[in-house]
Design a protein around this ligand. Structure first.
Ligand code: NI
Length: 195
């Protein structure tokens, strides 16, 4: 993604749990048009404003299979370029797993340790519809799995044990009721249902 494309965009309000769109499965992209490029720009603007390290299209109300990732602000991701993943598919997972404390812009103030495969092989298209295949581990594999989950209607808390789930029950209820404050614009669940 070139820097100009990353800069021009509109900050979009982020959907919060449990807006039904966050449980929807994304529709594959068949063509890159101006509208899609504009969406990608706005997703970056939204991501940087929050700030976050990954964002899926359904988090800003669009049901297309697009996610944007930029981990360059974190120590482990230094020097990494911003990425756009279109129609991403995880083709293989390592048997080895890793633990990492995850958060999500759609789940304000909620953090939990999630166990996921440590390495993945992923296939996706970029904003010029060029196909990429890569094997990756560490933070990037973690963020990719989290974002690709979003495109399949899955939250990180779906991976938690029953004991962990019990611990976050109260916080989930607060988010669902719209009783959370964020530093970035959001669409609260009740408003989303009405539209
Ligand atoms: Ni998320």
């Amino acid at each position: 993604m070139d820097s100009q494309t990353v800069k021009d965009g509109t900050i979009l309000p982020i959907r919060l749990y449990d807006d039904p769109i966050l449980r929807s499965k994304a529709t594959p992209v068949t063509e890159i048009d101006d509208q899609l490029i504009q969406l990608i720009r706005s997703m970056f603007a939204t991501l940087y404003n929050a700030p976050g390290i990954g964002l899926a299209a359904n988090q800003v109300g669009e049901t297309v299979a697009v996610t944007v990732i930029d981990i360059s602000d974190l120590e482990e991701g230094k020097g990494t370029k911003p990425m756009v993943l279109i129609n991403p598919v995880i083709e293989a997972f390592s048997e080895e797993t890793a633990e990492f404390e995850e958060g999500c812009l759609s789940l304000p103030d909620l953090r939990a340790t999630v166990v996921r495969p440590a390495e993945i092989q992923v296939r996706f298209y970029d904003e010029q519809m060029r196909e990429h295949r890569m094997t990756t581990g560490g933070l990037l594999a973690r963020v990719m799995q989290h974002e690709i989950d979003h495109l399949n209607g899955i939250y990180f808390f779906d991976h938690l044990s029953p004991v962990q789930r019990a611990r976050i029950f109260y916080q989930l209820r607060q988010i669902r009721k719209g009783l959370v404050k964020t530093e970035y614009p959001v669409v609260k669940p009740s408003k989303a249902y009405a539209s």
